[in-house]
Write a protein that binds this ligand. Structure first.
Ligand SMILES: CC(C)(COP(=O)(O)OP(=O)(O)OC[C@H]1O[C@@H](n2cnc3c(N)ncnc32)[C@H](O)[C@@H]1OP(=O)(O)O)[C@@H](O)C(=O)NCCC(=O)NCCS
Length: 150
């Protein structure tokens, strides 16, 4: 194992991680939006404090995955896990951190009784879809519908 690989640590998200996630998101999207992330992260921590995970490399947070567990939503009776936002700092992509984050999320979701993990991805976003398929996601027998109301 290389020295870099040895320094990887996957652990549950906490609110002290907000600033690093804001900066990873800014690097990925070019948009600085601290209020959005504070709201979103506090929401996930309240819903399920152990589901969401971060990846540290040498003590610095370089990736995150927000997840939670839901039951009975959208008429899906079984308990299921959802992953929503995730990202790895561009400088540290391609080192299996995304896969490790996902594996840690799945361990937690299984412990909570989830039989399935779901997510939604924009059809045009081939990068995210390729990652999700590489870690095992398949097309779901569900249709995502929407309607503009303003
Ligand atoms: C998608 C992302 C999370 C993947 O993280 P990562 O640490 O680079 O991925 P990993 O190294 O763990 O790769 C896992 C698998 O996914 C595949 N994969 C990852 N990124 C991919 C890409 N862009 N295209 C194709 N396959 C990809 C890898 O080939 C690997 O497959 P393998 O294990 O079979 O070889 C990361 O690249 C990212 O954050 N991208 C930008 C996401 C974004 O814009 N988010 C918006 C802010 S929320």
């Amino acid at each position: 194992m290389s020295a870099v690989a040895e320094q990887v640590r996957i652990r549950p998200l906490n609110e002290l991680d907000i600033a690093r996630i804001v900066s990873i998101d800014e690097r990925l999207t070019g948009v600085y939006r601290p209020e959005v992330w504070e709201r979103r992260i506090m929401y996930y921590l309240r819903r399920d404090p152990d589901a969401s995970q971060v990846a540290e490399l040498g003590g610095k947070v370089v990736g995150f995955m927000l997840a939670d567990i839901r039951g009975g939503e959208f008429g899906l009776e079984e308990t299921g896990g959802w992953i929503e936002r995730f990202g790895v700092d561009p400088d540290f992509q391609g080192r299996s951190l995304g896969r490790k984050l996902f594996e840690a999320v799945v361990v937690h979701l299984k412990r909570q009784g989830a039989a399935t993990v779901r997510t939604l991805v924009e059809k045009s976003d081939s990068e995210l879809a390729s990652f999700l398929r590489a870690v095992g996601f398949k097309d779901a027998p569900l249709a995502a519908l929407e309607m503009r109301i303003s």
